[in-house]
Design a protein around this ligand. Structure first.
Ligand SMILES: [Zn+2]
Length: 242
């Protein structure tokens, strides 16, 4: 293989690996985000239930205040009924007393009902809290293993960067510029093999002349259809000859 092409094949393979790291990191981050969202959703549900409980407790407090003032009213009615003698007035006080007692009964019923609602919501919270605890430990595990994975990827990245620097330093600068120009549009497929007499970049057949030019390796040969740099893998040469 042409010396320059050999270097470009290596460079292209490094660039391809380097480009593959970011999607891998993104995938890891997405995995963490997914678990974080599950934890967050559970926390939100618990917070909502706690909010409902607080609202119901406020309502209960209001009913309790009502009951206190209604009891004061009952005492006043009793005092008054000891003082009045007139039948009409007695009847009026009796009606007022009954209404007040009904109001107290209603307030007590509401307090009882609200307490039941609070109890149900509290047991719902306990269940969700258990789920949240389990979810948080999953999240912790995912974060921990992701950290290790990312550290590993960063290490590989650093090593490849170093290797790339070395090649870029040693390679003919005109050849490098030529490669970078093609890479701008071809990205990971700037340098492609010929397989079964076809360019592996555009998948069109190449002529026998192009094939033998690549095989000779006297110069860098590009695909006549797509302009990518071509090479032939050793194992493919053997296959052709067999
Ligand atoms: Zn091509």
């Amino acid at each position: 293989m042409n010396k320059y092409v050999k270097e470009l094949v290596e460079l292209s393979s490094i660039d391809k690996s380097l480009n593959s790291f970011n999607p891998r990191i993104e995938a890891i981050n997405k995995k963490i985000e997914k678990e974080q969202k599950k934890s967050q959703d559970l926390s939100n549900s618990i917070a909502k239930l706690q909010q409902h409980i607080a609202e119901n407790k406020d309502k209960i407090a209001t009913y309790e205040e009502q009951i206190t003032s209604l009891n004061e009213k009952l005492n006043e009615i009793k005092k008054k009924s000891n003082e009045v003698t007139n039948e009409k007035e007695i009847n009026a006080l009796t009606v007022e007393e009954n209404i007040t007692k009904e109001k107290i009964a209603f307030a007590n019923e509401e307090i009882e009902r609200l307490n039941k609602v609070i109890e149900a919501k509290e047991s719902e919270i306990a269940k969700l809290q258990e789920e949240l605890d389990a979810q948080n430990s999953i999240l912790e595990q995912v974060q921990k293993s992701s950290e290790d994975e990312i550290t590993d990827i960063e290490k590989q990245k650093q090593e490849l960067f170093k290797l790339r620097e070395k090649i870029v330093h040693e390679i003919d600068q005109k050849v490098l510029a030529f490669y970078e120009k093609i890479r701008k549009w071809a990205r990971d497929t700037a340098v492609v093999p010929i397989k079964k007499h076809a360019c592996y970049g555009c998948f069109l057949k190449v002529s026998d002349k192009t094939y033998s030019d690549v095989l000779k390796g006297e110069e860098i040969v590009t695909c006549p259809h797509c302009d990518r740099i071509l090479y032939i893998e050793l194992e493919d040469i053997k296959e052709e000859e067999a």
